[in-house]
Ligand binder design. Structure first.
Ligand SMILES: Cc1cc2nc3c(=O)[nH]c(=O)nc-3n(C[C@H](O)[C@H](O)[C@H](O)COP(=O)(O)OP(=O)(O)OC[C@H]3O[C@@H](n4cnc5c(N)ncnc54)[C@H](O)[C@@H]3O)c2cc1C
Length: 381
């Protein structure tokens, strides 16, 4: 990607190379099989850990390989090339659950909870959403009450990525009064008595990622598993959402990019009425629109990422970027299926999966409507 030299250099090229090889060797040959089975093997975490994929972008003192914000972007883009959003989401559940520990945790907590996850020995997930509170994070009900050296936790979490297999959950709980000030973050380990997991939830897309509901019935969690101070949880969650939204925007852009590439290939090969589909102006214009939108979206997301990397507050801009990239991927995947005709509706075609997997991107990590609320609030305040 020579045209993006201001963002990517030699280190990023090497990261891309490593991830690309891993995807070609360890994922691509098995994607169809895992998609149909509805999960990828747990051993893939270990393989990704051994190949150094999971530790990209994390601090070296906790087992990471360091790097700027663009190493993570380079890695995510190449992982997306496997063509299964579910694998990227499942392998990537650490990216939405470990940053809180790094931001708020003590050295002891970081040393305990981070390195085993980066090695792929343990699976980490994020537990915020509940059956009665999704967008309205400040309204969560899972309660943690101090009893001696422990918190006693009761409640449940909904739609948790990697929830069925996670060994540890970075979990939002209510330790105080109603509202956002009463929320704290606890690391809850899955082998705690009273911790139970639903069977995997069946989904429209992301088939290979396990998504589950988790129940806490008088779970005793050591007080030393509290991240930061009591009442600091909401801020920790909101801070990390910026990174999650960036990841989702990158996923959306890659989804759109692949939809474009597949459409270019297919419309060049496929003939109708004695000419290739690209012989119709309507097709050429569709491809031109797709390419234009993908280009604009990618550049916008990179620009916002660079500013986040430089420490600038980009809450409004990352919300815009997430919405814009999802709008682009919604349109690109819809148009790609349309261009493929009946073949685009068949499981054999990549665009069929891109279309399904894409749908979650404008819901997870903050819905399109919540992004607009944030943008409007920040513009009008
Ligand atoms: C596959 C998948 C994986 C997920 N993984 C995780 C995970 O790992 N961890 C986790 O904690 N959560 C996870 N989630 C949950 C996800 O973050 C929530 O689904 C999302 O935040 C929306 O919450 P909700 O589903 O409760 O919808 P609701 O909040 O009930 O929203 C329903 C609709 O109302 C709209 N709405 C709500 N409030 C407003 C408002 N103020 N103004 C305008 N419109 C509004 C929403 O935009 C949406 O269209 C996952 C979800 C899915 C489907």
């Amino acid at each position: 990607m020579a045209e993006y030299q201001q963002y990517f250099g030699e280190t990023h090229r090497m990261v891309r190379e490593t991830v690309r090889k891993f995807v070609e060797r360890e994922i691509k040959p098995y994607v169809e099989e895992w998609e149909e089975q509805g999960e990828f093997p747990r051993g893939l975490y270990r393989k990704a850990g051994d190949a150094g994929i999971l530790s990209i972008g994390y601090p070296e003192e906790y087992g990471g390989s360091g790097g700027d914000i663009f190493v993570k972007i380079a890695s995510s883009e190449e992982l997306m090339r496997c063509g299964s959003g579910g694998i990227v989401a499942g392998l990537g559940s650490l990216d939405i659950s470990i940053p809180h520990i790094l931001a708020l945790g003590t050295d002891e907590q970081k040393s305990r909870f981070v390195p085993p996850v980066l090695k792929g020995d343990r699976i980490s997930a994020l537990g915020i959403t509940e059956p009665d509170a999704g967008s309205d994070v400040a309204n969560i009900r899972t309660r943690a009450v101090v009893k001696g050296d422990h918190y006693v936790v009761n409640g449940s979490k909904m739609f948790i990525t990697s929830g069925a297999r996670a060994d540890q959950l970075t979990c939002a709980v209510r330790t105080g009064s109603e509202g956002f000030k009463g929320i704290s973050l606890l690391v809850i380990e899955a082998d705690t008595p009273g911790y139970a997991v639903s069977s995997k939830l069946r989904k429209m897309g992301w088939w290979t990622s396990d998504t589950a509901q988790i129940f806490f019935d008088d779970c005793q969690i050591p007080r030393e598993n509290l991240l930061g101070q009591e009442g600091q949880g909401f801020y920790g969650i909101m801070e990390n959402f910026q990174h999650e939204r960036l990841q989702l925007a990158v996923m959306a852009n890659m989804t759109a990019q692949m939809a474009l590439e597949e459409s270019l290939k297919y419309s060049t090969q496929r003939e109708a009425f004695g000419r290739s589909l690209t012989g119709f102006q309507v097709t050429r214009h569709k491809l031109a629109d797709m390419a234009t939108l993908v280009e604009a979206s990618r550049e916008f997301v990179y620009r916002v990422a660079a500013k986040i990397g430089a420490g600038e507050n980009q809450v409004k801009e990352i919300s815009m970027a997430k919405n814009f990239s999802c709008m682009v991927s919604d349109k690109a995947t819809y148009d790609a299926v349309q261009l493929h005709g009946g073949a685009g509706y068949m499981r054999e075609s990549l665009v069929e999966r891109l279309y399904r997997d894409n749908r979650i991107l404008s819901i997870g990590g903050g819905t399109q409507e919540i992004m607009k609320e944030i943008i409007a609030k920040m513009m009008l305040s």
